[in-house]
Design a protein around this ligand. Sequence first.
Ligand code: PLP
Length: 452
Amino acid sequence: MLHSLQALDRAHHLHPFTDFKALGEEGSRVIERAEGVYIYDAEGNRILDGMAGLWCVNLGYGREELVEAATEQMRQLPFYNTFFKTTHPPVVKLAAKLCSLAPANLNHVFFTGSGSEANDTVLRMVRRYWVVKGKPEKQWVIGRENGYHGSTVAGLSLGGMAPMHDQGGPRVPGITHVRQPYWFGEGRVGEERQDPEAFGRQCAAAIEERILELGEDKVAAFIAEPVQGAGGAIIPPESYWPAVKAVLAKYDILLVVDEVICGFGRLGEWFGSVHYDLAPDLMPIAKGLSSGYLPIGGVLVGDRIADTLIEEGGEFFHGFTYSGHPVCAAVALRNLEIMEAEGVVERVRDELGPYLARRWATLTDHPLVGEARSLGLMAALELIDPASGERFDEALTAGNLCRDISFRRGLVMRSVGDTMIISPPLVISHEQIDDLVSLAREALDETARCLA
Ligand code: PLP
């Protein structure tokens, strides 16, 4: 049964972010079911899902309330669109709930089916906004190298992932990228070795330099994740965000904070923007919005933009068949209600985040670990060669080796180069955090033995 499934998968299924040929040779792992923080594969192995699916199953697996919300809504109204002056109860209630949770200046939502569509929507809105404001020359969007904003053409253009750019052909014009506030990867190394806070300020200054190069009247928006997720759980130095805010305010540039990963409790607040005291003009969301149970995303829109588009914009020629899909909206609403009722976000902030930080920091004594960092329930380990104290030779693909060993030993950890990442469900217990850290240490031990 397992082998015939793998054969069919190989024959017919093109996986996202996958080397098709290598997968064909190895065969896919078949995941059959899940409960709480665990997934179970077709061979009966139980694996602690240290990545909450793809940074999204915030409430954990097997929540009957979400199944019921979907079932009820499917019976009541499985689909209706929100185009052309129609609406339905779940989407209205979800929009209102989101606005009650978001920073005070965000009072409208545009729904999408995914995070990538949310960022396409961002680009449409940013450019439309400045045209309506009578400043059509404000067109440039500044993103960051190694930022991730999705895989559609606009998403990959806003993002700064070099391998995606290399494969994507011509990108959306008018988007440029500045350096990322990645101290371990870029601030700590090379001739300009510097302390993290000075490095954070320098990365913010790079935004101002780019604004001046492009022309201060030509820049429409800056887009960034509060903490870069897919780039490697990169927590910026404390100096970074205050300095960025000041630069954007100086040149009247919109702030787009991509909360697709950081939103919905990941960093111990409802949004990363709350943690960093940001008042974004646009805030793309997805993933944890429905705990990944159904696909739904959106953009929370700040008053400045919403008022302009509503009062002066006329018809906005943009939207998706599944914008505000009623079943997805009903599940998302129930998800947020449960998170509120169970105090999930506060627990991450006050209890689980600090506990993970303490336990995760114990891994710094491992010879392979150059840095262990965490914020809320997102954490990373930087692998180094104990012989040199520097990165391993890239050809060794130490990170992928560690990831595969970890999976075999019962823990999903992701690798980005030689950075190991975890982002577990927000309902993980203290004991499960202990297990996670022990499994990570075992994986590091075995990786070290393999590389010796
Ligand atoms: N933005 C960020 C910060 C993400 O991490 C992702 C996905 O990982 C996206 C956007 C794209 O979301 P989706 O995969 O739902 O299109």
